[in-house]
Design a protein around this ligand. Structure first.
Ligand code: ADA
Length: 564
């Protein structure tokens, strides 16, 4: 089989990739971006898709409504599917002036089906809004410690669908010896029984007749020459599935992920997770990273000996996950949420949007062997009993969508957290030695061990010894190039000393199953007065700066992470 480079791949369909230059117009005060008067928009220039407009010289830092337009040739009255990989902060699509889809979940890959209508030349407009407005966009807020960019972050594709089409196929590992379960989700016209043909890698094509239940055709199969996926040997397999005139090629890995007695087991073997939280961010491209930058990040991650990335704080770019699959990097993927307090957590619109993110995230990333954790609600108000219900709902939804992965959330409620009993893995964000509890402490680094030791004691006393514990954030800021003989806060020296202590402690403490240092690269953040605590309006706790230049701590972290 000719090997595609991106998955899922639909070789039998007509697929238009819409990346390129689109006509562009910007309006600061569009009253209702869901009902724009498109006839009145004058397109004055061209902008790149994918791309963000609010780092471009003319629109830098601006908030408002952007109109992106392109023209497409498509047959009349055809069944079409628009696949948009992710945008921000809010978007709506119009086809020949008619509304076809709302992409209101930032960073989530979403899909919209519609009919192409009359004629063959069509206008596609994406209306993108990057204004903070809780009513329109309850998932993002100006308080979040990362810049909320405006634009089309990831590729857009247009598929022409046959009357019976394959949505996705989910592959589950039943045994590491190569037994898999395949669930093919169908859309369109189908009978209760359908003929399916599949081929795994270069094996023989197999034909079978399958019952369809709730639009899903399920069957078991055996990988002819199975190889297990692991961090040291990330073997991948492909399966091509044909139903009617539609074929999908999915890539997967044979691996299991479980917990036992406080340990994380990959393929039945304990593994200690060593890595970073990573933002998809760049001063010029925002989250619309060129593939070269994504690849550069992968190479830097590997260079420091990391085997784990927490994809903070949103559903990930599929190209990054593909590369993690290929390079044996484990991933925690999470939905959007950041430090939301009780008033947000109890708000019905916020909750609805929170829950609606999960099926998209799971659908898009299900077949990536690299993804081992589903996460949500970073630093939500988990010490408030009233918020427990939304935690239960998020976890319940995730488990229902995917019983094969572990569920967790990053807590900063420390020993006051109310919801640890619900998760598979307890994850704690804490900044001892940086945001010092006692500002008079002469050596703040001395706060690190007691802080985590107290937490480990709390877990023991709460009866959570069986749950793995990972440090999901810890870090110290360092401004690239700022060197200081006194090794003070913000210097590269302080960060290097800090991470040396954190990782010495981590390596010595078997109770800690993993660590995600905050953070991999510096990322742009607040433009408000909150930036007073964020010099340069960047979160400067990266091991690399925003241009991926290593700080002093690079050697320290590499030394610890590369220890056998
Ligand atoms: C948090 C948060 C991160 C970042 C970090 C920090 O706990 O989850 O996004 O803001 O703190 O740098 O303080």
């Amino acid at each position: 089989m000719l090997m595609p480079t991106a998955f899922p791949h639909f070789p039998s369909r007509s697929v238009l990739r819409l990346d390129g230059l689109w006509d562009f117009s910007f309006m600061e005060k569009c009253h209702d971006p869901l009902k724009p008067d498109l006839a009145k928009v004058t397109y004055t220039e061209k902008l790149a898709v994918p791309g963000v407009f609010d780092t471009m010289p003319q629109y830098a830092g601006k908030r408002g409504t952007a109109f992106y337009r392109t023209f497409i040739t498509a047959p009349a009255n055809a069944r079409m599917l628009l696949k948009s990989g992710g945008l921000g902060m809010w978007g709506a699509f119009f086809w020949d002036g008619q509304f076809i889809g709302l992409q209101d979940l930032p960073y989530s890959g979403m899909e919209f089906e519609f009919n192409s209508g009359d004629g063959s030349c069509h206008e596609l407009v994406a209306v993108i809004d990057n204004r903070f407005d809780f009513k329109r966009q309850p998932l993002l807020s100006q308080n979040y410690d990362y810049y909320c960019f405006g634009g089309i972050f990831r590729s857009i594709e247009l598929h022409q669908l046959p009357p019976l089409a394959i949505d996705r196929a989910q592959i589950r590992t039943i045994s590491l010896e190569g037994e898999i379960q395949v669930k093919v989700k169908l859309t369109g016209e189908h009978h209760k029984k359908i003929d399916v043909t599949y081929q795994i890698d270069d094996g023989e094509a197999v034909k079978l007749s399958c019952s369809v239940f709730h639009e899903i055709a399920a069957f078991n199969a055996t990988v002819p020459n199975p190889s297990i996926w692991s961090t040291t040997s990330p073997a991948l397999h492909t399966i091509a599935i044909t139903v009617g005139n539609d074929t999908v090629v999915e890539r997967f890995g044979l691996r299991t992920i479980k917990t036992e007695k406080g340990l994380i087991l990959l393929n039945g073997e304990p593994i200690k997770l060593r890595g970073y939280c990573r933002h998809e961010s760049h001063p010029e491209f925002g989250p619309a990273l060129p593939l070269q930058v994504v690849l550069e990040d992968i190479q830097l991650l590997k260079k420091t000996g990391c085997n784990f990335v927490r994809g903070s704080h949103y559903p990930q770019d599929q190209r990054f996950l593909d590369l993690c699959d290929e390079n044996g990097i484990l991933v925690w993927e999470e939905s959007v949420g950041w430090g939301d307090r009780e008033n947000h957590l109890l708000d019905p619109a916020f909750q609805e949007a929170q829950l609606r993110q999960l099926p998209w995230m799971v659908k898009n990333s299900f077949n990536h062997p690299c993804v081992i954790f589903w996460g949500f609600l970073n630093e939500g108000d988990s010490s408030q009993p009233k918020t427990r219900k939304i935690y239960e709902q998020m976890i319940g939804t995730l488990r229902k969508l995917d019983e094969t992965r572990l569920v967790t959330y990053a807590s900063n409620a420390y020993i006051k957290d109310f919801n640890f009993d619900l998760v598979d893995v307890v994850s704690l964000n804490a900044y001892p030695g940086w945001y010092a509890a006692n500002q008079e402490t002469f050596r703040p680094i001395d706060e690190i061990r007691p802080k985590f030791n107290t937490f480990i004691k709390f877990l023991h006393e709460s009866g959570f010894d069986d749950k793995p514990f990972i440090i999901s954030e810890v870090g110290a800021g360092a401004i690239y190039g700022w060197r200081d003989r006194l090794r003070a806060h913000w210097s590269e020296e302080y960060q290097a000393d800090f991470l040396d202590e954190v990782l010495t402690y981590f390596n010595e403490t078997p109770r800690i199953a993993g660590i995600a240092l905050w953070q991999f690269i510096d990322c742009r953040t607040y433009s408000s007065s909150r930036a007073l605590g964020r010099p340069r309006a960047f979160n400067n706790k990266g091991l690399f700066d925003e241009y991926r230049r290593p700080k002093l701590a690079f050697d320290v972290v590499s030394k610890h992470f590369n220890k056998p």
